[in-house]
Design a protein. Structure first.
Length: 129
């Protein structure tokens, strides 16, 4: 006998945010340096799309390899005066082409936070930060 599929429940589950932690939609100016998929060194100024305690999303003009390492530095004047503007290492988790640019998701590789922001706790009790 076939089990009956509850399509309504399946639709609700598919639309839930399955991320491990909340993200903040913030446009923070950053400098990204690393190697692209052609093994050419690059330095690009861009802004974040969103940030979280353990990662961020941003746009680049070049493709970067999944699993590659980049250095990200916050480019705010307030950070520079207090010497907070040092680069932090991130690993590329995804890079998706989007209208002649690349939407990049990266996960931090260092324990310290680059953002100096208090992140909200997850609303879903099943999720862990």
């Amino acid at each position: 006998m076939r089990a009956q599929v509850n399509w309504e429940e399946l639709g609700i589950q598919a639309n839930q945010d399955r991320r491990r932690e909340p993200r903040l939609s913030l446009s923070v100016p950053i400098e990204v340096t690393g190697f692209d998929t052609d093994a050419h060194f690059f330095r690009e100024l861009t802004t974040t799309i969103d940030i979280s305690e353990s990662g961020c999303c941003f746009v680049l003009q070049r493709e970067v390899p999944r699993g590659g390492i980049v250095a990200i530095k916050v480019m705010l004047k307030e950070y520079a005066k207090d010497n907070f503007a040092r680069p932090f290492l991130y690993q590329i988790a995804r890079a998706v082409e989007d209208q002649n640019r690349w939407l990049v998701g990266a996960a931090k590789l260092q324990a310290e936070s680059i953002w100096f922001v208090a992140f909200p706790k997850s609303a879903n009790p099943k999720q862990t930060a």
